[in-house]
Design a binder for this molecule. Structure first.
Ligand SMILES: [Cu+2]
Length: 444
């Protein structure tokens, strides 16, 4: 009598000539899921070649099992609920309980078998962005393979030809599935663990959403007017900080599956871009930077020596990308008389709020928010309001962190006399050139 497993095994043997691995593919490994939205500790390998694992901001790495000489993973495409920050949850599509999906880690030379089960209400595929693989494994539905219908499981099998930083996402119902959050990162570690070795290795992927206040579903047709600018589907202050030990060599790997570019900036240091989704950049071609633009559909990886202790802002430099839900129609009223303004607004909209006449600083302002959205500017530091949202977090460099400790060390204790301070004396009026008088001379 055939057991189910025995039957599948025999059936698989018949077609075993094409890919020898298919014999073993009959039993599907379990698919772990994640219910937490904080960075999980690095997942050190317990079998196969050794590597120094990455950590994923507000995410995790997918465990694997070894089956003969194949490393087996199981991704489940499914609807998920993702918290963008406290106070806002969004219905997305993702993998194994979260969006983005778990980071996949493998080693150069590994043979990898990835089972993909589709629990979405429509078909899907998985494309392995940047990886050098056989055409039939490339995951463009219709072009390289049939779409994976709901309820079905497909298997992808390929060898890790080169180390580097890659992504995965569907090439199926193109506009909808990525706009719903289907994406993840794929790290291939070098076979030689000493190649470009670092002490800490952070990973995240950027995506954007338009989720109107009071609603729970992204507008998948939106092309330009997004209101949620996310790193791993989180916005400040929901994005994990990057805790770093003073003197550590740090790598940050950034994927961009949003619909615009993001100039990513780190304070207090200069770094070098060392890798893209095309591969490692040779040292002679690296240039020092403090901001690197990450184009759409691309990856940039930078390495930095964390030799300057403190709390360092790390953010997208497009300032509207460090905001949450905002009204783009707000008029600029800087310099307008507050009294006249209040009168005018009061007539038009008795409960209305106008942008402040001295700027938009909202540190002291409280107003009721609609359900399920986030303030445009939020977050608090030890000196007061930070007034940002979106793509912003903090690299926290400390001399007292243990080697593998990724817990938030709290606010930086500034050494005495190292913080910008107020002076009591009134500032003198600057000398100005008066019209009609001869040009001012600089004292030499
Ligand atoms: Cu940006």
């Amino acid at each position: 009598m055939f057991s189910r497993r025995g039957f599948l095994g025999t059936a698989a043997l018949v077609g075993a000539s094409a890919i020898q691995g298919r014999v073993q593919a009959a039993s599907i490994p379990e698919a772990p899921t994640m219910d937490k939205v904080v960075m999980q500790p690095p997942l050190h390998p317990t079998s196969g070649p050794d590597y120094r694992p990455v950590v994923t901001l507000n995410g995790w790495s997918l465990p694997f099992r070894l089956n003969g000489d194949w490393k087996e993973f199981h991704l489940v495409a499914e609807p998920v609920v993702r918290e963008f920050a406290e106070g806002m949850k969004v219905n997305l599509w993702g993998y194994n309980g979260q969006s983005p999906g778990p980071t996949i880690e493998a080693v150069e030379g590994d043979k990898v078998r990835i089972f993909v089960t589709n629990r979405l209400p429509e078909y899907t595929t998985v494309h392995w962005h940047g990886m050098i693989i056989p055409s039939g494994m490339d995951g463009v539905g219709g072009l390289n393979q049939p779409h994976i219908e709901p309820g079905k499981t497909f298997v992808y099998e390929f060898e890790m030809k080169k180390s580097g930083t890659f992504m995965y996402h569907p090439h199926s119902d193109e506009m909808v599935q990525m706009a719903m959050g289907m994406m993840g990162m794929f790290i291939v570690h070098p076979r030689d663990p000493s190649f470009r070795a670092v002490d800490r290795d952070f990973v995240f992927v950027m995506s954007t959403y338009r989720v109107d206040p009071g609603t729970y579903l992204p507008h998948v047709n939106e092309m330009t007017d997004f209101n949620m600018w996310t790193w791993n589907a989180r916005v400040f202050p929901g994005i994990d900080p990057l805790p770093v030990r003073l003197g550590d060599k740090v790598r940050v790997r950034i994927g961009n599956l949003s619909m615009t570019n993001h100039p990513i900036h780190l304070h207090g240091h200069s770094f070098a871009v060392t890798c893209t989704d095309g591969g490692w950049i040779q040292e002679s071609a690296q240039i020092p930077e403090t901001t690197t633009d990450v184009p759409v559909g691309a990856i940039r990886v930078f390495d930095v020596l964390a030799d300057n202790p403190g709390d360092w802002a790390f953010h997208c430099h497009k300032s509207h990308h460090t905001m949450n839900s905002m009204g783009h129609e707000v008029r600029n009223l800087i310099g307008v008389s507050r009294k006249d303004l209040a009168k005018a607004v009061g007539k038009l909209a008795p409960d209305g709020m106008a942008m402040g006449s001295t700027g938009m600083a909202m540190g002291n302002m409280e107003m009721p928010a609609p359900d399920n959205t986030l303030p445009m500017m939020t977050g608090t530091g030890q000196f007061g309001p930070i007034e940002m949202g979106g793509m912003f977090t903090v690299m926290k460099i400390r001399d007292d962190l243990a080697r593998d400790d990724y817990r938030d060390p709290g606010p930086y204790k500034f050494p005495k006399g190292t913080v910008a301070y107020e002076v009591a004396a009134p500032a003198p009026e600057p000398a100005r050139h008066k019209s009609g008088s001869p040009p001012m001379k600089h004292k030499m």
